[in-house]
Design a protein around this ligand. Sequence first.
Ligand code: C2G
Length: 154
Amino acid sequence: MKEKIVLTYGTFDLFHIGHLKLLERLSKLGTKLIVAVSTDEFNEVKGKKTIIPYKQRKEIVRAIKYVDMVIPESDWSQKISDIKKFNVAIFAMGHDWEGKFNELNEYCNVIYLPRTQDISTTQLKSSLKNISDINIDDINKAFEILKRIKEDFE
Ligand code: C2G
């Protein structure tokens, strides 16, 4: 079977089901899936603060069975040289990037896939923040109230 290389880019911070479903669908578009994972320095350029450092995000993505190779993404302009270097047939992203990389159609087939609904790293981050915002005093107060209610019922 003729080799058909698929290439995608992402931060993949707090790896979740949306990331997994995307990589699974991308792997079915070709024979080999290459994932460019954004470095911490590049995420600063993107204005993104990650929780999981690049070295670990790279290892997590590489361990996904759908992924054949991981490369670093360190700037916006590396895509054309990556497409040529790896002889990429398909460049694909989630549809939150719809239309943003159409200029790459000159070099390969550009595809945008629907995102998985109701899950995102941003959402996970805000849930974590909400949890961490709950201070222990409030929890203790709530606990005391519950204890008194329980005693009243006994
Ligand atoms: N994604 C998805 N479903 C979700 C969340 C994310 O399909 N619920 C997809 C995104 O559309 C993207 C990929 O998962 O294609 C990785 O998402 P991010 O880690 O948020 O990537 P981003 O920071 O947008 O980096 O040069 C391009 C950038 O590096 C893309």
